[in-house]
Design a protein around this ligand. Sequence first.
Ligand code: URP
Ligand code: ZN
Ligand code: ZN
Length: 454
Amino acid sequence: MYDLVIKGGMVVTSASPFPADIGINGETIAAIGQNLDGRQVLDATGKLVTPGAVDMHVHLQMPIGQFTSTDTFYSGTRAAAFGGTTTIVDFVETQPDETMAEAIAARRALADPNVVIDYGLHMTIGPGDMARLDQVPEAFAAGCTSFKLYMAYGLRLRDDELLKALTAVRNVSGIPVVHAENWDVITELIRQNLAAGRTSPHWHPRSRPALLEAEATGRVIDIASFVGVPLHIFHVSCGETVARIAQARQQGLPVTGETCPQYLCLTWDAYDAPGVDGTLPVCSPPIRDRTAQTALWQALSRNDLQIVTTDHCPFTYEEKATGLNNYSQIPGGVPSIEMRFAALYSQGVRQGWLSLSQWVAQCCTNPAKLMGLAKKGEITVGYDADLVIFDPDATKTLTPETLHETAGWTPYAGLTLQGWPQTTLSRGKIVVQDGEFVGGMGNGRFLHRTQANL
Ligand code: URP
Ligand code: ZN
Ligand code: ZN
């Protein structure tokens, strides 16, 4: 007799789908089999039972310039849970006078009392951290085993700094995760556009060419290969970048890549919407054309990209509007934290791009492995009972009202998804059931992660 049994569902692992009951004791998956008995039973007849999804790229209450991304550790993790995500990995940056350990403690003080699901943190290494690379082992020991390196924005690293940062990460057996774009080309194209009066969001993707995203990706792959460290490429937006990653992997290099729902479900026409609406989908790298979108679905289908994350980083309509007359000033980022898992089922599995197991591998298993989350992302005895009962027949039309994010808008407004989570469990406890939140603030835990294993 188990504490809880999920009965009669189609269990989907990264290896295969098969009919089975799942027995849970306390926080842990205790059995996978037939005719299991439980003190509490959840009927999953006609449903898919998947691991809780893992979103290893989110920015909750992230200060960027004069603004802070809208979702807090509470609202963001709550929205994630509604969408079947049970683990997120967010970011921490040091302040000029702070050690990495102090920055982690400060970020945890914000997150720990508020998260409703488990979470980890990537340690950011910016130019100001070059003098404290000796603290990288301390950050690793504190559970931040992945390190964010930017090749764009104010936090970007030059190639010599990339070399030093990648070496420091290699020395602790950490995993670097990189925003790869060519910042010098971008800033010059922005300068030329603004000087010519081309100030609307239409020019945002045209200032950030796909070819130069691929160039930056190839450059950091080469530096990482020289250093001898594995590498993960964040938010891949085009086939040109996929090609660099696929080529590296064919050569046997330990390089992985992710894409996000905004690149899979939207096209750059969104930037031509009138007025402020055209500013809303601004994110970097930018959303591109239909050819790029198709290339990304093909890449997921071929496993040339291994992971889907969200890069969830929304700002309000008013905040986005501040860049209406200068697209380079629009705070970048869109909300996707709630819709990712269902979107990949609806637009990926149902449209024939992905098998059920690829869906689970890319949204759950692979990110858990890459992030060193030893007990997450798979349905296996001994793993955390982070589980989703997913109704493949439910339909959901995405609007700000049907989602639980706080930006007040969604770039997917009007998109109807086929399939939606019915029940989300985090470590054996129901967090969301039939559209009701039954979890608790602070019930999530900070995850001390280990070495990447993908
Ligand atoms: O525009 C974006 N993607 N904002 C979030 C920060 C980042 O670059 O990942
Ligand atoms: Zn980025
Ligand atoms: Zn990001």
